[in-house]
Design a protein around this ligand. Structure first.
Ligand code: SF4
Ligand code: F3S
Ligand code: FES
Length: 244
């Protein structure tokens, strides 16, 4: 029986070291033999091991959980560790996600951006009670509500929705779907006692829910399939009511 011929992948990568004054953005193409079950994580490691050990890219979990391997694959924001090369053409183009600080090549500083966002929207449970009573049992929550909150908590802060949003490209202060999703998550949580008016202070303007132009790119590219649209619509309805 003849052996299956493996494809030769031509992977073109946008290379640039912003810390090197001599460097400039340019494409470099590497050819590697495709292996069965190969992901872009494996392909990039192969390139770094056998072609160029200076290539920069980020991976931690390799399982779609840490959100660190997001990049543009043929122009579309996605997680590289979850992308099988078999699903792509032989000619593959990789570039770093736009909008985030570039560390080098495909490596970007999403953590810094996400930290700024989380501090801005104060994405943690707010309790008015100053004293924490550890003997008091936490109030019960309806399982359906717990499921709804859990669904939104699956965000891995990969930044794909930010890179896929035209509004944020024009207005960098816009919270983006990741921010609006987090705000909706805390608003739904009965343990958070911030009032509607306090939420209005956070998202009731053009940089928040009223800035979203319903371009839908965020939901299209979210690798965790979060219901971003319905949560943005939920916050918008609530904020319209609060504004009256
Ligand atoms: Fe990534 Fe989706 Fe979270 Fe956006 S909402 S950061 S695309 S997981
Ligand atoms: Fe941007 Fe998503 Fe709104 S792509 S404009 S946040 S619907
Ligand atoms: Fe963690 Fe890809 S390496 S999501």
């Amino acid at each position: 029986m003849s052996e299956k011929k493996q494809r030769i992948l031509k992977i073109s990568i946008l290379r640039f070291d912003p810390h090197d004054p001599e460097d400039f953005p340019h494409m470099e193409t590497f050819e590697i033999e495709e292996a069965d079950g190969m992901t872009l994580f494996i392909a990039l490691n192969e390139i770094r091991e056998h072609h160029d050990n200076s290539l920069k890219f980020d991976f931690v979990c390799r399982a779609g959980i840490c959100g660190s391997c997001s990049m543009l694959v043929n122009g579309r924001p996605t997680l590289a560790c979850r992308t099988l090369t078999a699903k792509l053409d032989e000619n593959i183009t990789l570039a770093p996600l736009p909008l985030f600080e570039l560390i080098g090549d495909l490596s970007i500083y999403t953590g810094k951006w996400m930290r700024g966002l989380n501090e801005r929207i104060e994405s943690w449970i707010h309790h008015k009670e100053k004293e924490l009573n550890v003997d008091k049992l936490e109030e019960r929550m309806e399982p359906s509500l717990a499921d709804e909150i859990y669904e939104l908590d699956r965000c891995v802060e990969c930044g794909c929705c930010v890179a896929g949003c035209g509004t944020i490209q024009m207005r960098p202060e816009f919270l983006g779907a990741v921010g609006l999703n987090k705000v909706a998550r805390y608003k739904l949580d009965p343990r958070d006692d911030r009032s509607d008016e306090e939420y209005y202070e956070i998202v009731g303007d053009e940089d928040g829910v009223f800035g979203c132009m319903t371009l839908l790119g965020c939901e299209d590219v979210c690798p965790k399939d979060l219901p971003l649209q319905s949560k943005i619509a939920y916050m918008r309805r609530l904020m319209l009511k609060t504004a009256k």
